[in-house]
Write a protein that binds this ligand. Structure first.
Ligand code: ADP
Length: 273
């Protein structure tokens, strides 16, 4: 059973979302409301469906052969799995940052400017580049070397460059529309502690205008930055296979101070000792 302490304003509302890989039910019915302009951490043991659910929010699972999503997943009251929804546009609103920073093998400037230019961006590209890099708290470090390769930066800088790229792609920048969402799949797991802190600080700044959903194995990180925490676990299906489920979604202080489910309590006390 899932325990929910529901937020007031949600940007996503998942109603019975399940995900199959080649017919195998890997993630059972998820019901969750994702609060707007907050940081949400997904925690739990490996293989419990955290990344799988994360990829549902911008339909990245569409790109995995054999993956199938069922149920309703409302983004601002529209089911993003409706056939008329344009997944490419959705991914501009709901960007993704991966475990390993993946800048293009191009200049820092082009890492930001390339996609908007290709998509016929009408605004001033230089302004967009500066705005995005400032938002991602990396402008001061790179403003004098915009022509250098993005891949030559340190790991932490590359990750912030990737966050800048995700921001620049959002239509909000072009139209001053409503805030957007950034999905992050263990964005700090390849970073040293100082770079990790910088990315965490950046997330705390960005939540003024963005909703951030991040998968993390680092419980201290979840307790440091997340407003809400979702705990996932595995269970055994009738054929004896392990599948993932969402167990509890609570404000972070509740999750770490007074979890509402025995499963979360056990996991968290085991992890924190
Ligand atoms: P987590 O992020 O919590 O470690 P995942 O979402 O990666 O968990 O995986 C959940 C389940 O889905 C696991 O059983 C995993 O083996 C399965 N799975 C994940 N990705 C794929 C894939 N591309 N193809 C087949 N099975 C997958």
């Amino acid at each position: 059973m899932t325990t929910h302490l529901n937020p007031d304003h949600s940007v996503f509302d998942a109603e019975g979302v399940k995900v199959f890989y080649n017919g195998f039910l890997a993630l059972v019915d998820v019901h969750i409301k994702i609060p707007a302009r907050k940081i949400i951490a997904f925690i739990g043991p490996s293989g419990c469906g955290k990344s799988t659910l994360l990829r549902c929010f911008n339909r990245m699972n569409d790109l995995i052969p054999g993956a199938k999503v069922e149920g309703r997943l409302l983004y601002r009251n529209q089911n993003i799995y409706d056939s008329q929804v344009n997944a490419v546009k959705l991914r501009r609103q709901v960007g993704m940052v991966f475990q390993r920073p993946n800048p293009f093998p191009k200049s820092i400037y082009e890492n930001i400017a390339y996609a908007p230019r290709t998509n016929g961006y009408q605004g001033n590209l230089e302004e967009l580049v500066e705005y995005s890099l400032r938002q991602a708290a990396i402008w001061e470090e790179v403003k004098d070397k915009l022509k250098e390769k993005g891949t030559a930066l340190s790991g932490g800088q590359q990750q912030r460059l990737c966050i800048a790229r995700a921001i620049s792609r959002s239509e909000r920048v072009a139209t001053a529309m409503k805030p957007d969402v950034l999905l992050m799949d263990e964005p700090c797991s390849a970073l040293d502690p100082i770079s990790t802190r910088q990315v965490e600080e950046l997330c705390l700044q960005l939540k003024e205008s963005y909703t951030i959903i991040t998968v993390t194995h680092n419980m201290q990180q979840a307790s440091r930055i997340a407003d809400w925490t979702a705990f996932f676990n595995t269970e055994t299906d009738p054929s004896g296979k392990r599948r993932g489920k969402l167990v509890e979604f609570s404000p972070t202080e509740v999750m770490f101070g007074n979890p509402q489910t025995d499963e979360a309590r056990e996991y968290i006390s085991g992890r924190f000792g």
